[in-house]
Design a protein around this ligand. Structure first.
Ligand SMILES: *[C@@H]1O[C@H](CO)[C@@H](O)[C@H](O)[C@H]1NC(C)=O
Ligand SMILES: *[C@@H]1O[C@H](CO)[C@@H](O)[C@H](O)[C@H]1NC(C)=O
Ligand SMILES: *[C@@H]1O[C@H](CO)[C@@H](O)[C@H](O)[C@H]1NC(C)=O
Ligand SMILES: *[C@@H]1O[C@H](CO)[C@@H](O)[C@H](O)[C@H]1NC(C)=O
Ligand SMILES: *[C@@H]1O[C@H](CO)[C@@H](O)[C@H](O)[C@H]1NC(C)=O
Length: 312
């Protein structure tokens, strides 16, 4: 038994003709109607320069640096402030930062794009607007928007160009402590081969991050040493208050008491266990004597360790 049958050839043709006539009827008279509608006066107001500039003018704090450099500690301390609620980092942003980086590197595709009439710099502007929208949609946010995301430093210069009221806190920590912390976190064998992988990443990333921070300038990008944050917390936070133009709170010195209240934190954050403790100096130099086959010659050659003065 036939479960279905094809209609006659002639009826298919009639059907197709009917469709074509219908489509022509719908679109033929006003081929540009959609375009006209989109660019009408009324809708242009949605993206008026005034409005866009207001959005881009938002006060924002970005906290970046190589992972394991104290970015989470920094944001947890700042989150005790009533105007600041950074919260945990937003994992999906990794894709957008990478995309932005890749677009900047792909000269060919950008040339082709601009030939098609796009305005100069529109991508940086669009992505900056996107970031503001994302931060406005956080679970909670303060008057000053905030995002702690280590790799944000890779696009910090582009972001700052479009977001004139954005400020960057760039966390810097001895690469050997960072590499050792990664090995611990990832449960890797503590030999020099593994250690070197993270040291090299640390060295390469900081080269880019420092360059961006210097280009932004010290009114809008502040380098903060992890060692200063944990050994001179008060002094360091006072400097950060000046930099961010916010008032001091004693809560900065006991941030751990506010985890779960002022400080929104979730257990899947990498540094959750650490930020629940008071600020301490236990992890300083923790790598010393723990790496099998440690090669002092190699480490002494790493230019960023020298640049930051960690070898003195
Ligand atoms: C941007 O913010 C500054 C203050 O930080 C203000 O002086 C300026 O008028 C603002 N511009 C716009 C377009 O809102
Ligand atoms: C860490 O790795 C060792 C072997 O290298 C393994 O025995 C141990 O279970 C691992 N621990 C965790 C928490 O994954
Ligand atoms: C460390 O970074 C510098 C740039 O500051 C670079 O020239 C050098 O090749 C890097 N070294 C390693 C081992 O990656
Ligand atoms: C580390 O902290 C302890 C107290 O917890 C203090 O005695 C010691 O001097 C500190 N070390 C450094 C290098 O700040
Ligand atoms: C250190 O750098 C020098 C010159 O850049 C190079 O000749 C030497 O092989 C390097 N040493 C190590 C251990 O990588």
């Amino acid at each position: 038994m036939k479960r279905f049958s094809f209609p006659e050839k002639s009826s298919i043709i009639i059907l197709i003709q009917a469709w074509i006539i219908m489509i022509l009827f719908l679109f033929w008279k006003e081929p540009n109607s959609n375009i006209k509608e989109i660019s009408s006066e009324k809708n242009q107001d949605l993206f008026s320069e005034d409005f866009v500039n207001k959005v881009l003018n938002r006060s924002i704090i970005f906290i970046g640096g190589v992972g394991r450099s104290g970015t989470t500690l920094m944001r947890s301390i700042l989150d005790t402030h009533s105007s600041i609620k950074c919260g945990p980092e937003s994992p999906f942003l990794a894709y957008f930062i990478k995309l932005w980086e890749n677009l900047n590197l792909d000269k060919r595709i950008m040339e082709q794009t601009y030939k098609r009439g796009y305005k100069d710099g529109f991508i940086n502007k669009a992505l900056s607007l996107f970031f503001v929208y994302v931060l406005e949609n956080k679970h909670i946010h303060g008057n000053i928007l905030c995002e702690k995301f280590p790799q944000i430093m890779t696009v910090s210069y582009d972001l700052h160009k479009k977001l004139p009221n954005s400020k960057f806190i760039y966390m810097i920590r001895d690469g050997r402590e960072v590499a050792y912390s990664f090995l611990n976190k990832l449960n890797k064998t503590k030999d020099f081969e593994n250690f070197k992988i993270y040291l090299d990443v640390w060295n390469r990333s900081n080269e880019v991050f420092l360059k961006n921070c210097n280009r932004i300038g010290n009114s809008f990008c502040k380098q903060v040493r992890y060692i200063d944050l944990v050994t001179k917390t008060k002094e360091t936070m006072e400097q950060i208050c000046d930099f961010l133009d916010i008032e001091w709170t004693d809560k900065f010195l006991t941030h751990n008491e506010y985890i779960g209240t002022d400080v929104f934190a979730i257990p899947d954050e990498w540094s959750y266990k650490q930020i629940k403790k008071p600020v301490n100096n236990k992890s300083l130099n923790s790598w010393v004597g723990k790496i099998s086959g440690y090669k002092e010659d190699y480490v002494k050659n790493l230019s960023m360790l020298k640049t930051f003065g960690f070898l003195e």
